[in-house]
Design a protein around this ligand. Structure first.
Ligand code: 13P
Length: 249
């Protein structure tokens, strides 16, 4: 049985001061150990403050990005070791906003995934098609390629990743994939993971859905066979709506 994992991606929102309040509210609401694994992913500048709040609690800490090299002359970048030192156990990699605005390719994502795993972080690897790609019936092709290239060459470590299926057209738009649409792509992803690592291993990998997930649409999405949680944007910025999704599990 895969444990469901609900992660909040705060994106470029919340100062360190604002982050503390949100993290405290989520931690308090998670005091009665939730059924789901709960992760918060504040911006880099708020990681230290939020780490201080959630340390020792049921709430895990994640970052939204990292560099693929261990250290060096990469102005403005952050390494896996820096994230670990702050108490992170997760890192979101290959989010569609990173792919769109910062040119991240599957090859870059793959390097980052390997570096994260080698450092002991759990990568949340994001994949998903654009609206144009869906309209052109390219969803299967695009998502398959993102999986096959993004998580290639991991060996047994493949079992340590989390995948997030985020259809780009559903992110921040209020448009959600229907449970059936999402389940179809999640099943496709599990099929690709099976090709890469075998059925037994693929069955253990959590595949989150992301894209306008809210407390009201979460129960039906989360009840699909291959939907093992959510990667939440907008609704993660408010403790009540985020906990509404956590409690839908
Ligand atoms: P929204 O929940 O705001 O659509 O964002 C989803 C997302 O991109 C999470 O990573």
């Amino acid at each position: 049985m895969r444990q469901k994992i609900i992660a909040g991606n705060w994106k470029m929102n919340k100062t360190p001061g604002e982050s503390v309040g949100l993290a405290q509210a989520i931690k308090a609401a998670c005091a009665k150990v939730p059924k789901a694994k709960v992760v918060v992913c504040p911006p880099f500048t708020a990681l230290a403050a939020v780490s201080g709040v959630v340390r020792g609690s049921a709430v895990a800490l994640g970052a939204q990005n990292m560099h693929w090299e261990k250290s060096g002359a990469y102005t403005g970048e952050v390494s896996a070791a820096m994230l670990l030192d702050l108490g992170c156990s997760y890192v979101i990699l290959g989010h569609s906003e990173r792919r769109t605005y910062f040119g991240e390719t599957d090859e870059i994502v793959n390097r980052k995934v390997k570096t994260a795993l080698a450092a002991g972080l759990i990568p949340i690897v994001c994949v998903g098609e654009t609206l144009a790609q869906r309209k052109e019936s390219q969803t299967e092709f695009v998502v398959s390629a993102q999986i096959v290239h993004g998580v290639a060459g991991l060996g047994a470590d493949l079992g340590r990743i989390v995948v997030a299926y985020e259809p780009v057209w559903a992110i921040g738009t209020g448009l959600t994939a229907t449970p059936a649409q999402a389940q179809a792509v999640h099943a496709l992803i599990r099929g690709k993971l099976t090709e890469l690592g075998g059925a037994a291993l693929a069955q253990t990998i959590a595949i989150q859905y992301g894209g306008s997930m809210k407390p009201d649409n979460a129960p039906e999405l989360l009840s699909q066979t291959d939907i093992d949680g959510g990667l939440i944007g907008g609704a993660a910025l408010d403790a009540v709506s985020f906990m509404g999704i956590v409690n839908a599990v």
